[in-house]
Design a protein around this ligand. Sequence first.
Ligand SMILES: [Ca+2]
Length: 408
Amino acid sequence: MRPAIVGALTTLALLSLAACSGSSDAPVQPPTLPDPPSTATPTLTRTVVMSGLSSPWDIAATSDGTLFFTERCRGLSVRHTDGSVTRLFGTVGSSLVAADLLCQGQSGVHGIALDPAFATNRVAYVFMTSTATTPRTNRVVRLVLGTDLRSASSRTDIIADIAFKNAANAHGGAGAHSGGRLRFGPDGYLYIATGDNHNGTIPQSPTVLGGKVLRVTTSGAAAPGNNAPAGFDARIYSYGHRNVQGISFRPGSGQLFVADHGPNHSDEVTPLVAGGNGGWDPQNRTSLNCADGYCGYAGNASTMPMTDLARFPNALRPSWSNSGASQGMGPLVFLTGTAWRGWNGRLAVGLMAGQRIDVLTIDGTGVATERVNAGLPGTRYRALTMGPDGSLYVATDSGEIWRVTPGV
Ligand SMILES: [Ca+2]
């Protein structure tokens, strides 16, 4: 604030001087203006916080440096500030065992989100695959943690009917394309990413909770304002997605941007609006001769597009289509804080097969205008989240969690 105030006062003083001096020929110095926003690239310091983890999938950090993390086939754990680790929820050995937890194919324990009032209520939410029903489903589970964060209890399954791929088909084994990222929005509602299960009809289905982004209360009820079309499940915020892996809210506008993991020709980053259709519809394309009714790996970007504007002229337009290659788009997060210098407000996108983090500049209309490689080591990037300390936390498929801190 200080430079801006000084600049404003200087400007006022010069205007006053000019007014008093009338037609004087005395040169007037240009006003001192505040420094423009930094365009410099930050210098990144990378610290390996944890290693040897089993398929870490998501991370949540609190202001004192406590780190919550999920491992796909184990459950939810916490790394305390003293470096010790407690297994909170999941397989045997956890404080609270989930006997119904299923780890199969790509699925298992995925996203973690902390309640907006976590500092006082210690409530956490986890996305997991469950055998509790037939057919099996993906669920969002609410947990209450002990005051010392060394126990979990009071499990409540706030959503129990997210679609799960129960059997193998021509496109791969059970458990594929479950989505699974969880994040609270600035509106206080919980957003849940789901996937298409290698099923042709699910993404455009008005009732099946797959290939969707859901928006719900902390009890799992439909949030007001979802604007789902008539006949749709009221928990649906957007539909027509393939396998949403990343969720982040743009600073300022609060608009939700998602990363949708594509087939062999493209991935997409897309800004969403309530009731929007992402335009993914892998069904009924007879010319492609789709096995098991799923065209999601058939054709190309023209015949089986990630956003089909021929079928859905009003579909949500992507910010960026990573066209021409299958690079396994996963997590994304907006970088926030002045320490990020010229990257403050830009969108970091993790690629798994691509083994990099790209940093996108997004213009006022939501379109990506520049993409640069963040310059971090090549690895499969599974989770990205901003910590309250302004650092970026990263989980990799190689079993590590990093803290990436920006500086000059
Ligand atoms: Ca799309």
